[in-house]
Design a protein around this ligand. Structure first.
Ligand SMILES: [Ca+2]
Ligand SMILES: [Ca+2]
Ligand SMILES: [Ca+2]
Ligand SMILES: [Ca+2]
Length: 249
């Protein structure tokens, strides 16, 4: 009888241990719903509410004033929904960026998750993201392009060439995990459809850029770049899709 009781107790202890060991580690769970931005250096469009949150790094900001077409100018944006920290006039625009530098402590953010989206390039593209660019042929006459602060990698003279890093190997409808406690932007890749993000409502927004009307318009894009198209085939007007993410709660 005593032996039986001992056996019972021993079994109970073993079962309890098995349960404890198989319970998820609280710290691991916390990491998997991370509030950390992926490692590396890169940029995002800045929302009207500022840069996304950060822990062990600071977002630097900068802006690019783009002097776009002056003749019958037609810059536009998605006025039903638009949250970018950007001034858009018919003939010019000024957009701002959030640029992530290196983490202050060891990099803990991990890799960008598998998906289909683009971000601005700053230094080397993060792992698994490939590089591309968009070139805007800005106004040729009396061009007043200007810059200030920290910008994505690019060429900022009388025209604008900006480099991007895109991840292309996932499925847009499989939500990826990113910090959603402050709104942020990604750029759409491949089509105007946006990547889904866990816990966030996503809105497709756009900017239509009226680039130089001259017949020698030099608008171009290459490599792995965000979704961009002419407003009308062959027109000197570019449309780019921006994805705005806001927490569901
Ligand atoms: Ca202009
Ligand atoms: Ca030009
Ligand atoms: Ca012009
Ligand atoms: Ca044009």
């Amino acid at each position: 009888m005593e032996l039986c009781l001992f056996q019972l107790l021993t079994n109970s202890v073993i079962i309890l241990l098995v349960i404890i060991v198989s319970l998820p580690d609280a710290s691991k769970v916390a990491t998997s719903i991370s509030n950390l931005w992926p490692s590396g250096t890169y940029g995002l469009p800045r929302s009207m509410l500022g840069c996304p949150q950060s822990h062990d790094f600071e977002w630097k900001t900068g802006w690019r004033y783009q002097d776009t077409e002056d003749s019958y100018p037609n810059n536009r944006y998605s006025n039903i929904s638009f949250h970018m920290d950007t001034m858009i006039w018919k003939n010019n625009l000024n957009k701002t960026f959030c640029i992530k530098g290196k983490n202050i402590s060891e990099e803990k953010g991990g890799a960008w998750p598998k998906g289909q989206f683009c971000i601005y390039k700053k230094g080397d593209c993060p792992k698994q993201l490939s590089e591309g660019f968009i070139y805007w042929d800005d106004e040729d006459s009396n061009n007043r392009n200007s810059i200030e602060g920290t910008l994505p990698d690019g060429i900022y003279n009388h025209d604008t060439k900006i480099f991007f890093c895109c991840r292309t190997d996932g499925n847009k409808s499989d939500p990826i995990i990113l910090p959603v406690n402050k709104p942020f932007y990604l750029l759409a890749y491949g089509s105007s459809e946006c990547q889904q993000v866990k816990g966030a409502l996503v809105t497709e927004e756009f900017i239509q850029y009226d680039t130089e009307d001259d017949s020698s318009n030099k608008d171009a894009w290459g490599g792995t770049h965000p979704n961009v198209s002419h407003e009308v085939p062959g027109s000197s007007t570019l449309v780019i899709t921006y994805c705005y993410y806001d927490s569901k709660s």
